[in-house]
Write a protein that binds this ligand. Sequence first.
Ligand SMILES: [Zn+2]
Length: 932
Amino acid sequence: MEQWSESASAVNSTNERDAGARSRARILQTAASESPDSRAVLLSESPHYPRGPRRARRPLSFSKPCPGRFALSVSVPVVAANATSLLSPGAGLSGGGGERSATRGSEFLAGGRGPVGFTARGSRVSSEFDILGLHELINKFIFWFLMEASSCLCYQVHGFRLSKIWLWLFLALVLQNCNLALSASPYMVGMGSFDITGPAADVNMMGYANIEQIASGIHFRLKSRAFIVAEPNGKCVVFVNLDACMASQIVTIKVLERLKARYGDLYNENNVAISGIHTHAGPGGYLQYVVYIVTSLGFVRQSFNVIVDGIERSIVEAHNNLRPGKIFLNKGDLLDAGVNRSPSAYLNNPAEERSKYQYNVDKEMSIIKFVDDELGPVGSFNWFATHGTSMSRTNSLISGDNKGAAARFMEDWAEQNGFPKQSTHANSDNLRSLHKTSGLPRRVSNIIPEPNEINDDLIQLASSYEASGGRRLAGSSITRRIRSTQQNKPKFVSAFCQSNCGDVSPNVLGTFCIDTHHPCDFNHSTCNGKNELCYGRGPGYPNEFESTRIIGNRQFLKAVDLFNSASEEIQGKIDYRHTYLDFSQLEVNVSISAGSQQTVKTCPAAMGFAFAAGTTDGPGAFDFRQGDVKGNPFWKLVRNVLKTPGKEQVECHAPKPILLDTGEMKEPYDWAPAILPIQIIRIGQLVILCVPGEFTTMAGRRLRDAVKNVLTSGNSEFNKNIHVVLAGLTNTYSQYITTFEEYQIQRYEGASTLYGPHTLSAYIQEFQKLATALIANREVPTNFQPPDLLDRQIGLLPGVVFDSTPPGVKFGDVSSDVPGGNSTFNKGSTVNATFYSACPRNDLLTEGTFALVEKLDGSNSWVPVYDDDDWSLRFKWSRPARLSPRSFATLEWTVPEDAASGVYRLRHFGASKPMFGSIRHFTGTSRAFAVR
Ligand SMILES: [Zn+2]
């Protein structure tokens, strides 16, 4: 109940434009008093969700398999026509056998608001049944047969025998085909994604904790990407990858509440994992513990809402897309996308241990490839360890950094390669409506070849289109931009997930002093004793966008390579274990010399002095020194409650000198987490270890090996064929985890290992327990729950007061146009136009765009070809002065090499807040220009 009213008001307050969200909020409010099932029905009427038959969902319970939803292909190639026609009357199924059955199957599926039926049509009589439906069908058949047989029996014993033989033959046939279908498609797989870009102005960016790093535009959009894998008649798991710095406990809690309201116990804390890619270029303020929201002036409701909404919608989409499919696994080394940024700490690990590895960072990328039985490849998720710090601590454009870029590239690559194949019959209504609204496909330039020449006529044509001037726009018409028109089309989802990136930097050229250009000091990463002068250099140095592109491109190319050559099919059970632990006081048994054991403890969270020094990716991260104290009202609010650590705490953390005793700071609410989730997800021979922080390279290796040893010990079914990956920054965030030896060196990662020197040992011990429970098929009890601090959150970021333009100027008018005078632009050159604009926080334009490049098609129709999710187009927003109600939007388009020659213009969308009244949407275009 609480979450419904909360989400409703949240949506109202933030997404004025979002008609879907508004109507959902309205529905939620009216539904709040109704049962979960009636809520589900109401929700399915929301325009943002694919339509399905409006019948109440079957109640689902956790003890059941991901049920009601499992379709099973039953193909009866030879005698099927006979069989179905025989079946039809007796079983009460009439009509054309397969087709009628398919309708029935789709009802079952849509009962859980699943995909609208996926009927195979072809030469074979083929249909698909829900598994429960199939059982029902067989039961009905047996019942029918017994009735028939018993009536036969009255007359003729021989007839009965014949019928009986026939029955067994038929049942054998059905079951055999069931099994064939099952072995052909061991799983149901579903993919989904949704925009989580968030506020592109005024909000501090998450990661570097640089109070001056405030969002002011978008390079490309952030996404939540989800997959669901379900075992027919078995369990299911959800994995979500966020283009965000990390997962957040309060986000996870609220997403789980929404999933519970929507699906009952189907998706819960045990089988849902939410992981962050660790971009340092997304809006902050969505975490609940104080230390992570100091620089964002506390909690930012808008950041939080867009992430919770986006995760929910990506999971709903994945759920609705569940279809029979296979999963393949592959792995390979990517050598040039990460270096160790704390090599002196790594060197403190035992030489014998280090000698087992060729590199001081993990180079392996693991990928899973999802192949729909009918649509072919529908997505891939991979795990690879490298920090999301290709964009620097002074960047202000929202970006997914190198992993977000890689995902963008791979999804575009898939689109160009025709993945997924468009279903010939799935959801034809949606496809029809898609064609009605979308006009031309997204990247026109890639699809319609045009002569690479431009004549004087086109230049003349371009010069005849002046800037349009700003005009008001109905909010709802903005929602139909490039990507939102593709909502119901099967799409390829590719995620680049984070792993044990704790000490891995993407700035692979090494660290240099910005004054002398000499390498930094090896042990302390300083220049003449000062950490703030030492920076890591990316491969595009000094251009951070280029570094991001290159590191993203390397991951993308490796992923495509592994994707194309993936041949090991994932087979086996789906399973999971999850528990919450109190990391502030865990007893840990550690080995000391000669095999003897000692019991030690973790400590309440605390951060060391080196934490304030930051890293070579962002010196001075979380720098609480005077610069940040000054002028930060949130800090002022809480600084008086800073705590001096007691003797026990100091000893527990030694040799870490405590700068911030965050685990014992509780005012105005908890500064750091104590209760943390750990989770194992198993999909056949793939085992994903979900950890709530940034493991260093060696810490990750130790954990993976320890779990692998447990899982392959004894008569384990894993039988050595097992692949263990570590999913970092998952479900919540608790900073770093180093090895005991690295901790002694107290570099940034050691100083940020919150629970003392035995933090890693605690993880290993507890993960071993989870793994043991997994193979023993035992449940894992949990005695803890993380706190829900949403109601206590304090946010001091002021809202938008109002927007204005100079007298005589409208929102959307051009203030600085593309150069006129028959100007043309070559590929690779940059075109700019600046518009009178308004604060992007008025409407996040989620799943929409603030910027478009339009191309003249024919003589008088403009089609969108690039939007603000494209690498080539940047949306930059600015105010002339800090408190000014006036603002500008500059659209900056670097003409891609593969852009078609022709006539183009730039278009800006925005939403302004008047002094009185509601948000008003506007648009305007630049003058046209020719591209040759
Ligand atoms: Zn990090």
